[in-house]
Design a protein around this ligand. Structure first.
Ligand SMILES: Cc1cc2nc3c(=O)[nH]c(=O)nc-3n(C[C@H](O)[C@H](O)[C@H](O)COP(=O)(O)OP(=O)(O)OC[C@H]3O[C@@H](n4cnc5c(N)ncnc54)[C@H](O)[C@@H]3O)c2cc1C
Length: 174
């Protein structure tokens, strides 16, 4: 039986898994995710930050889906190594999983500039980040958002909507 391993449980990885299962009821599918959450729609995180959606409202796949569709999901255990010789992935937790077909759907990370003091800042990329920002906002008197692109503006809007005075810092280029 063909063994498919998908690394990444973001929007691309989770959609791939459901599409493959729809087309092939037999293939053995294992999906690994570094985030311990069920897959969610990252594009809608701004709504969670603004308070207009709850985390469960942006979920893409329910946890019961995996068992019902015979897909093994290992979330909260990142793949740390690919052994191409023996065709295995190895997770941070030490699990080895063999594959015939390996898909990397690992997306991207937030770029955190190397500015002194940056360790006190929270990036805006994951649902966990969102919850940390909301928690910090509850104690804060004001907020500074660094980055004036789409995500920076959405973060600033969300925080302002929570009643915080917000300063948005953007690099101006000609
Ligand atoms: C707040 C916000 C708003 C956005 N709004 C828009 C928008 O309006 N329009 C738009 O087009 N795009 C938007 N984007 C971008 C969009 O979310 C991404 O393009 C999309 O999420 C990419 O999906 P992906 O599955 O490829 O990657 P990701 O969503 O990054 O998912 C990759 C997953 O793989 C996991 N992973 C990484 N490495 C490993 C590993 N070694 N082992 C196991 N798992 C691993 C990660 O933890 C992550 O969960 C937005 C992004 C954010 C953060």
């Amino acid at each position: 039986m063909m063994r498919l391993v998908v690394v990444g449980n973001g929007m691309a990885g989770s959609r791939l898994v459901s599409e493959v299962r729809d087309r092939d009821p037999h293939i053995k599918i294992t999906v690994f995710g570094a985030e311990s959450r069920q897959p969610y729609n990252r594009v809608l995180l701004s709504n969670v930050l603004a308070g207009s959606s709850r985390p469960e409202q942006v979920r893409l796949i329910d946890s019961t889906w995996y068992g019902a569709h015979r897909v093994e999901a290992a979330f909260g255990d990142a793949v740390a190594h690919i052994d191409r010789e023996t065709r295995h992935v190895v997770t941070e937790g030490g699990r080895r999983e063999p594959y015939d077909l390996l898909v990397l759907a690992t997306g991207s990370d937030a770029i955190v500039p190397p500015i002194p003091g940056v360790e006190r800042a929270i990036p805006f990329r994951t649902l966990d980040d969102c919850e940390r920002i909301i928690e910090a906002a509850q104690q804060a008197r004001n907020a500074v958002v660094v980055g004036g692109g789409l995500l920076g503006i959405e973060a600033a809007r969300g925080l302002a909507g929570r009643g915080l005075p917000v300063t948005l810092l953007a690099r101006v280029t000609n």
